[in-house]
Design a binder for this molecule. Structure first.
Ligand SMILES: [Zn+2]
Length: 273
């Protein structure tokens, strides 16, 4: 079977080594994993998830009386935190997820992205997506890459038009640098072809699949609760881990309709070249 996320990781290493703007990325701090999504359903092909966002200031949700505007109910105080992911002694800073099998079917045909390219093969849409997700990694390591407005203030959007242009340029430059085709050949194949050629498609996933490390709310019991007449609603108790390690990484085989766990050796730390 072909381990799709491992192949993407190897390709990413080569992309980074040939793309100056991405040269700062240490892939040991980036974990690539698979999520399930059908090709015929709407949704993302891939996502970059940042694990370096700081804890928020304490806050709470509240409900007001529609007529008087008075506070009637509120949640416990809470802070929003990011779970920690560790592989060996390395703390992971970014997760990049690929939605399978949907991503395998991505093509430039009938896509607005085709306008960014002159004459490339349709599968290059997938390479564009891989580079797009890498470009989200912020050199300042403060979250996802942000763009400045013309006046120098920080833009709130992470997808400015120049983001797509830059990604297309990096994609074209990478292909022009004559990388070893063996590194990207798998992107030419759609899901059913991968399946027949390799006998199956697997990917790294988290033990709590289809879940994965996501920001969570934690109650702060030390903050005052007394506001007379206001009912305090307890927060839903946490059901996901706050720390994930390599023991929480499972390889699953993705079919067109589901993903099931496959036995394999313990996850190994990828060494960057
Ligand atoms: Zn994006």
């Amino acid at each position: 079977m072909i381990n799709y996320t491992e192949r993407i990781g190897l390709l990413m290493q080569d992309v980074i080594s040939r793309t100056p703007a991405l040269g700062f990325i240490d892939l040991r701090e980036v974990l690539v994993f698979g999520r399930f999504g059908r090709p015929d359903a709407e949704g993302a092909f891939a996502t970059c998830h940042c694990l370096t966002l700081p804890e928020t200031e304490p806050g709470y949700y509240f409900w007001k009386d529609r007529e008087t505007g008075e506070l009637t109910r509120r949640s416990e105080w809470f802070v929003t935190k990011t779970p920690e992911v560790r592989v060996g002694s390395t703390r992971i800073k970014y997760l990049i997820s690929f939605v399978l099998p949907r991503f395998c079917e991505q093509t430039l045909e009938r896509s607005w992205k085709a306008d960014l390219y002159d004459d490339v093969e349709p599968w290059v849409a997938k390479l564009d997506t891989i580079i797009h997700e890498l470009y989200h990694i912020d050199p300042a390591a403060t979250g996802l890459r942000q763009f400045s407005n013309a006046d120098g203030t920080r833009a709130t959007r992470t997808h400015a038009p120049e983001f797509y242009d830059e990604v297309a340029k990096m994609t074209r430059d990478y292909l022009a640098s004559r990388p070893d085709p063996a590194l990207y050949e798998f992107l030419r194949l759609n899901f059913s072809t991968l399946h027949s050629r390799f006998g199956g498609v697997t990917a790294t996933t988290f033990r709590n699949f289809p879940s994965f490390p996501q920001r969570y709310m934690e109650a702060c019991s030390t903050l005052p609760v007394d506001q007379p007449g206001v009912k305090v609603e307890p927060l839903k108790r946490l059901s996901q881990p706050t720390l994930y390690t390599e023991r929480d990484l499972h390889v699953r085989e993705f079919t067109g309709v589901t993903a099931r766990r496959v036995p394999r050796e313990p996850f190994e730390l990828r060494q960057s070249a």
